[in-house]
Design a protein around this ligand. Structure first.
Ligand code: DU
Length: 218
């Protein structure tokens, strides 16, 4: 209930005027070409298993991915790649996801993004990242079983470290150490600029997810 109240609050957020304008402009210009769609054009809430041990953290919604569907990592090339890997790693009940009511369920994983609105050029400003961070801190606090955060890309990784620092988790370790509560890990973002260039292969993402899942269960 607290998680869904937080999601509702996130969805109605209008703090970053540049992002509000951008997400709504995309909605206005694209609604015509997605006539059958209820084009989202709002902040995108997180999605997944509230008892998750693993948090998969992306950068921000994509213009015609999450910003269109209303569900994080759904409906674009990055999402297609990630969902397949989630399925292969035993974290998702299906290998494809293209709209927000397609029956997808994550088990043991919760998926969110460091910034909740689509940013111009996929690049949120440092101020936008700072403004959005408290949502991540609160969301992490509402996941009682969380142990591992797998950050997809550098911005997500920084957000994870900052969120943990804000929660008073000192110098979170990348390797297991006595007393560490959360473990942050990184992986290249599954965007076409990494997956089409061979920088991130499907088996590497599946491996990173499986490893994070195993660590969470230790
Ligand atoms: O309605 P709800 O139980 O708050 O779940 C919202 C949304 O989260 C649901 O459409 C599926 C997803 N979800 C999940 O992926 N895995 C779970 O274990 C529970 C919910």
């Amino acid at each position: 209930a607290a998680l869904s109240a937080l999601s509702a609050e996130i969805v109605s957020c209008r703090q970053c005027s540049r992002l509000v304008e951008h997400r709504e402009r995309i909605g206005e210009t694209k609604r015509a070409s997605y006539r059958d769609w209820d084009y989202w054009a709002k902040p995108v809430p997180s999605f997944g298993d509230p008892s998750a041990k693993l948090l998969v953290l992306g950068l921000a919604p994509a213009a015609h991915g999450g910003n269109r569907t209303g569900r994080v990592f759904t409906g674009d090339a990055s999402a297609t790649f990630l969902i397949k890997a989630m399925y292969e790693a035993g974290l998702a009940n299906q290998a494809v996801s293209d709209h927000r009511d397609d029956g997808l369920l994550y088990t043991g994983a919760y998926v969110c993004a460091a910034v909740r609105c689509v940013p111009p050029g996929d690049r949120p400003t440092p101020e936008e990242q700072r403004t959005c961070l408290p949502y991540l801190v609160r969301e992490i606090s509402l996941l009682p079983n969380l142990r591992v955060i797998l950050a997809l890309g550098q911005i997500a990784f920084q957000a994870a470290l900052r969120a943990l620092a804000a929660m008073g988790v000192e110098r979170p370790r990348a390797k297991f150490g006595h007393g560490s509560v959360y473990r942050p890990g990184g992986c290249y973002h599954p965007s076409p600029r990494n997956t089409n260039t061979g920088r991130l292969k499907m088996e590497q993402l599946v491996e990173a997810l499986k490893k994070a899942k195993t660590i969470g269960e230790e």
